[in-house]
Design a protein around this ligand. Sequence first.
Ligand code: SF4
Length: 679
Amino acid sequence: MMRTTCPYCGVGCQVEPEVREGRVVRVLAPDLPPNHGALCVKGRFGLDFPFSGKRLLYPMVRERKGAPLRRATWEEALDFAAGKLLEVLRRKGPGGIAVFPSAKTTNEEVYLAQKLARALLSTHNVDHCSRLCHSSSTAALSRSLGGASMTNPIEDVWKTDLFLVVGSNTTETHPVIAAMIKKRVRQGARMIVVDPRYTGMAEAATLWLRVRPGTDVFLLNAMARYLLEEGLWDRAYVEARTEGFAEWRASLEGYTLEAAQEVTGVPKEGIAEAARLYATTERAGAYWAMGVTQHTKGTATAQALVNLALLTGKVGKEGAGLNPLRGQNNVQGAGDMGALPDVYPGYLRVAEEGPRRRFEALWGVPLPEAPGLRMTEVFAAIPEVEAIYLIGEDPVTSEPYQDHVKEKLLALPFLVVQDILENETTPFADVVLPAASFLEKEGTFTNTDRRVQRVRKLLDPPGEARPDWWITQELGKRLAQALGRPWPTYPGPETIWEEVRRAIPEMVGGISYARLEAQGVRWPCPEEGHPGEAVLFREGFNTPTGKARFFPAPYTPPAETPSPDYPLTLSTGRVLFHWHGGTLSRNSQLNQAYPELKVEVNPIDAKRLGLEDGEPVYVVSRRGRIRARAWVTERTPEGVVYAPFHFAEAPANRLTLDALDPVSRIPEYKVSAVRLEKA
Ligand code: SF4
């Protein structure tokens, strides 16, 4: 039986799909890390989307705006796409084009797409969906520690005595990790959960802090201030391994327990207890996800977690650390491979001369010095940005303020959509390029704890679909020929990976395909024979001084707060049976188990509106309205409604606002003002 990697979440479970007569008939899981035989419902029953009737089967071209998409040959479609991109390049320069690689494609495919942007189109306008999920974690971790990933491996769960889980509904979003954590809690470990909703994690918690949406940073700052007052901090660690302490300490002045109770709604005794438990447990690990990051103060909130961990000496130790749980299966890999506007592969800064020289030598072309635009900035810059090469993304579903995104896409002169399935963005495309799914190609994915794992081909792609690396390579050939730039022909993904190993040997130099036959290997792994680093920053940090840096993490109120017309707060997110924009899970049998949008409404709010459980309801914001079914439940607090964003026919992102975090430019998905109307 062939082993490959689950295409859904960043846990990166190893799966053995059994294929009969061109169909997945069952999925087994080997006793290998990271999942050791365990799978969630998505890995077990959700791998049938490659057989969906919505597969894109042949290239399509729209000759001019207003004309319909028509079937084309690969030659025609690629020539057309290359010709249009060159036209924009000549007219607007490199700033007129953006390339968005996908966190659902392999490392090799991401590497090639960002190389096409940088080495052929001379633009750093490269970004991916991390902009919408963990870019704020990346910003905080990079500036403080010099690295943007989980510091500790998943299996450290078994060594952890206290879990601090902030803004992560792990039970539904990373179910296999949640099951491990809960088992460890049953063995005696303690768990503090900070979340407005009564999630599966809150249910299993030793201490649950029901924080008001968007106030976590106040709570975390108050915990730090309390620990400083009580002397419950690691002075030796702070003095030896950090800098910026005095300035940060001064920034905590107003974050008293009393003020925190007022702002967050959490009793001050609970905040103090959480702080004491975290500080006094040697092996205490912090875990977080979108509840922390998707705010206009997302970077500040992630920073407050980093500061707390440094204050208590939790980084660089087993069973502890800072652990952002990455969403998409290869979102860690997409960042590692340079699908970001300010860094090359290996997080080497585009603004620094050393990295630029390294990639100029490797690729044989001069490279631009200034960082590019971020994904959310690219959409704002349309029509100044005239062309987007979009791979495996559905911005109409995933970006905030959907009507605005649609307006922008209508104003965009040229859009290439490369994907496996038709989605909400496909109708806006000028060229559609059909891609192979994870079952139909070779390559590697990197999971949330930095483990590089193989993706293996079990089936031929349907129709004329081709692997993303092949499509990007063919498009690149045409651009390179016209521009007179070098562009090697790669016989397959392994050759691309070999170039990655040469490009960033300090990160993945020791990880060969041959080595990955047995099981995944974690980076950093600089040479063959190196086991791969499990715990980061045991010795020093990856900063110029080798020390970690504290940064002030100020609380600011949400960009939109409830008003008489819109008296409720909307928070968006995910459910166990679906995944992100729903392109994969809603085209699998999972959709039968969870076929429509249910909006969580607290019983007090429901009573006020005369709303019964299961009744249809409209959720209305200043930007639009969607129809859903009310789920009257105490899971969500009074005044807060919760809507997953997987449903194209009732898109939660029609309601969300596009206010951005000033540092990372992540949107504020977690707090919008809405009202409910009986449908
Ligand atoms: Fe797939 Fe994530 Fe579920 Fe594992 S936990 S089976 S990687 S969706």
